[in-house]
Design a protein around this ligand. Structure first.
Ligand code: AMP
Length: 114
């Protein structure tokens, strides 16, 4: 199977600005933001989706949540943001490489839950 867009971004095959990176993950701004702040936390490990994660990924999954929190603080939305993980085509997943959406900058009531 060919590499996902996110693997290509992580490998530098598709240019993208990392707003944060470490040995386990990178963070980029979503190309089609659904909120004033909309970042994607993407593990370097190409886990297809959350249901494919296993016990060996426990520390990585925790790390991704902490990075989501850190990015929310860095981007000035720590007072209110959502972390969303889509799992599967039926809920609109389009890129089959696990990622966390970090969305903030407007009130919860204004946000589309999709
Ligand atoms: P999902 O629907 O959970 O698979 O989310 C995939 C997200 O990736 C969508 O919000 C897209 O807007 C975003 N996206 C797709 N291609 C890129 C890209 N090249 N750079 C940044 N974000 C992207």
């Amino acid at each position: 199977m060919s590499d996902s867009i996110f693997t290509q971004i992580i490998n530098g095959d598709i240019p993208s600005e990392f707003i944060y990176e470490d040995e386990h993950c990178v963070v980029i701004n979503d190309i089609n933001p659904q909120a004033p702040v909309h970042a994607l936390v993407i593990p370097r490990k190409a886990i297809t989706m959350l249901v494919d994660a296993s016990d060996e990924d426990q520390a990585l999954l925790g790390h991704l949540m902490l990075v989501a929190s850190r990015v929310a603080k860095d981007l000035g939305v720590a007072e209110g943001f959502r972390v969303v993980v889509n799992n599967g085509e039926s809920v609109g997943m389009t890129i089959y490489h696990l990622h966390l959406h970090v969305m903030g900058g407007r009130t919860y009531a204004e946000q589309d839950m999709g």
